[in-house]
Design a protein around this ligand. Structure first.
Ligand SMILES: [Zn+2]
Length: 387
């Protein structure tokens, strides 16, 4: 496959402003059309209400196994006033390809598609199938992967290996933590502060709950997972935003806070969440509701992303290491779609060109050199599939 063609496809892909929760039908249709032109059958799996679609396709022999290449359609927001170039138009300057999503991760999508185009011309030569597994809403909480992995799990013939092409600087990533995005709403009862018995202060109960979460943080930190490659080697929890109350002389009717926690791959995130909920239900709410039964604490899970667990014997790691000559692997601090595919029994690795440090900020780019590494990798994967 050629660098030029991959770049051409990249420039098409970045022109779709697929910021979180926007519809991805247009970009999915673009990919479907491209695959149709190649004579590759594909299917869109998604959500008709929000108009968001994953794309799944298979090229090569109709047999079990093979390798799937995964990436997400969505990108993080881009405020054009912070950019020196148009975020949704590919711009090449000083050996760099600028655009929102260039490195995270439409670059990988473009590499995959141009390699498919190349291999489709000689598909009789393919001994092992290659698959496309493109998702929506990864940045917001892997909502597309949740749907697509269910579809793949039900297939009669499914891939044996999944490569999630997030920017890892071509280093195989074998594990990451889980991630929960949470919101908690404390409903108190307002009254004038001169007679506090006439109300329940939501801010006070928010602070009690947050204090309990800090106790959990201390408990996690004092029980690190021995020998774990993670830094830090324990589950972490953070309250990042809080809002509540009206004035200093009013007991707050409401307080809400946003928080997240990142369970270690082997920790049970739902059990941790249950501990927080139990504390609210068994300790705080009875106290609040003694005088005002309409008060209480509500938890909203905005996102709950699976971890990528270390596999005992990873055929995905073995393949990538053989093809790329990488002889070490690592873990990362960010979440991906990978855990959903791994859950279907597919050996999964995160591996792709460019660096995550170039993502999620103004003037996002992938360097031409890194993009060409991706071309080289796709070419060796193509040779492997034909061998
Ligand atoms: Zn990404």
């Amino acid at each position: 496959m050629s660098y030029e063609r991959a770049k051409e496809i990249l420039s098409e892909l970045v022109s779709f402003p697929t910021i979180p929760t926007t519809q991805t039908k247009d970009i999915a249709d673009y990919v479907t059309n491209l695959l149709n032109e190649m004579g590759v059958e594909s299917v869109q799996v998604g959500n008709d209400e929000t108009n968001q679609y994953n794309v799944y396709a298979t090229l090569g022999p109709d047999i079990d196994g093979g390798v799937a290449l995964s990436g997400h359609f969505d990108v993080v927001v881009a405020d054009p006033t912070d950019w020196t170039v148009d975020p949704f138009k590919l711009d090449e300057r000083d050996g760099k390809l600028y655009a929102r999503g260039s490195v995270d991760m439409k670059g990988f999508l473009a590499l995959t598609l141009s390699q498919f185009e190349e291999l489709a011309k000689r598909k009789d030569k393919l001994k092992k199938p290659l698959h496309i597994a493109f998702t929506y809403d990864e940045e917001f909480g892997s909502f597309g992967a949740k749907v697509l992995s269910k579809h793949i799990d039900q297939l009669e013939k499914k891939p044996a290996i999944m490569i999630v092409g997030e920017p890892t600087e071509m280093k195989p990533i074998i594990s990451h933590k889980a991630g929960f995005e949470m919101e908690t709403i404390i409903k108190g009862h307002a009254c004038h502060s001169s007679v506090p018995r006439n109300g329940v202060n939501a801010i006070v109960y928010a602070s009690k709950l947050i204090e309990y979460m800090e106790q959990l943080n201390k408990e996690f930190a004092s029980n690190p997972h021995e020998g774990s490659p993670f830094d830090p080697p324990y589950t972490t929890m953070n309250v990042g935003h809080i809002k509540g109350g009206e004035a200093s002389n009013v007991l707050a009717a409401e307080c809400r806070f946003d928080w997240e926690f990142r369970p270690m791959p082997d920790d049970d995130g739902h059990a941790i969440l249950q501990r927080v909920k139990d504390y609210a239900a068994n300790v705080l709410e009875p106290e609040m509701q003694k005088t005002f039964p309409d008060t209480g604490i509500e938890f909203i899970v905005h996102a709950d992303v699976l971890p990528l667990k270390i596999e005992e014997k990873s055929s995905a790691l073995e393949l990538v290491s053989n093809l790329w000559g990488a002889n070490d692997s690592d873990v990362v601090a960010f979440g991906t779609d990978a855990g959903y595919f791994q859950q279907c029994g597919i050996s999964t690795v995160v591996f792709g060109p460019g660096s995550i440090t170039q993502a999620h900020k103004p003037d996002e780019y992938i360097s031409v050199a890194d993009f060409k590494q991706g071309v080289d990798f796709m070419n060796s994967l193509g040779e492997w599939a034909c061998s």
